[in-house]
Ligand binder design. Sequence first.
Ligand SMILES: O=P(O)(O)OC[C@H]1O[C@](O)(CO)[C@@H](O)[C@@H]1O
Length: 541
Amino acid sequence: MSAPLTRLPEWQALTAHRDALAGRTLADLFAADPARADRLGLEGAGLFADFSKQRVTEETLRLLLDLARARDVTGRRDAMFAGEAINVTENRAVLHVALRAPKGATILHEGENVVPAVHDVLERMADFADALREGRWRGHSGARIRNVVSIGIGGSDLGPVMAYEALRGFSRRDMVFRFVSNVDGSDLAEALHDLDPAETLFIVCSKTFTTLETLTNAHAAREWCLAALGDDTAIARHFAAVSTNESEVRKFGIEPAQMFGFWDWVGGRYSMDSAVGLSTMIAVGPENFAAMLAGFHAMDDHFRTAPPERNLPLIMGLIGVWNSNFLGAETVAVLPYAQYLSRFPAYLQQLTMESNGKGVTLSGAPVDHDTGAIFWGEPGTNGQHSFYQLLHQGTRLVPCDFIGFCEPLSARADQHDLLMANMFAQGEALAFGRSADDLRAGGTPEWLIPHRLCPGNRPSTTILAQRLDPGTLGALVALYEHCVFTQGAIWGIDSFDQWGVELGKQLATRIIDEIRLGEAGGHDPSTDALIRRYLAGKART
Ligand SMILES: O=P(O)(O)OC[C@H]1O[C@](O)(CO)[C@@H](O)[C@@H]1O
């Protein structure tokens, strides 16, 4: 791993190949090889991905696989599954794959099989979830718990809220689930405004149990609860915690019996299938949660065992490297054609950008190439009526991931056909565009042709699965997790730390004190002036 990535012969071969391919459009590639649609489709864990609308040939994939070999991606993958401390800057193992391993499996961490402990927590979660769902777990006044409010942020929020939205169709409709993350007090206020404290359970979700936003909201929720229920003992019936930090949980007043733990080898953004998924399990039930874990595990197995050239996350990750580093794409648009996946792009933003938004290699040397792309997106068809204009005719290259399902989850099957027709149409339009000749033949006046022309040659991947159920969701999340892993291994970065978020937190702590004291100073002139202006405005309220 010592030679800089871009000096590797495998990298240079890809650069030369990119130059040789220059000028060959997707239309050219399909004209030369109509069967590429068959050969560039891969299946794994119930997901099918069509890569034929990516600007790659089989030679590109061969060269990308050479690069993966040179970077020992499969060796690093095996090290992850073996529990090695591949998160080097925190000296930690990265074992989210153990969270979804079946009961009899063995995954070692420091010589100990962690799978039994994972299943102990899952069983405790299931008991608690069932007790709530069946009305056996009651509030302090004896009232049935009808509302579950999850308080967390980042990995302790985005996974649970995404999964709840994705699996709403499988959730208990007679219970209310809300998610509070922002330190902006209006988030909590809106979540609670119509809830009865006697019927409300809070799940405080924080790996560290020290996060400013979560602890602030949790204390405010505690006050709200006590103001109505009037007794400290009520906390035991109305609060549960998900954390790795038992002593801080106790300090907050939540007993270990209501604490569901996980481990330092689970990164926050890789934790939705740990106890962090408690709200998901309460919403959809332990069986559906187990089906989601099975979907994750099926993709883990595929990633671990499928040959590189048929390995879905590996190939998808490598194509992402090709688009970023060789075609110059800066972003990836994630476009689920499923309203239930409305929070999936936001979830992926943390997974991909907190993982691969790094500027130095594992040894601390600056990278000499771009790393993680900017992920963003919205569900289709909504996005079509806002930003797709730029995708079709703008000056930037934006590779798109379309995600769709064969079976509708609503009874309106004809609407599902409309939805899917739109998804297929967008991939086709991006790839093949509309030529001047076509427009002329359709009667477009000459002066309007440049405005209406769609140049095409814009790459996309289409992921198609049977239906959006718990197993599919697990497989889909694991697909992106392993994609991120593959890219991090190619770039030689630590995909599992997040030191970049620290500085802002430290500065905020200092500024909070200054605001409380009513005086700013010691920052740069712009920041000082902004704080003073804020203090002046605040004084007028
Ligand atoms: O679960 P915690 O410890 O409250 O952290 C929340 C989030 O904050 C971060 O550390 C970033 O600030 C994320 O990595 C993490 O998911």
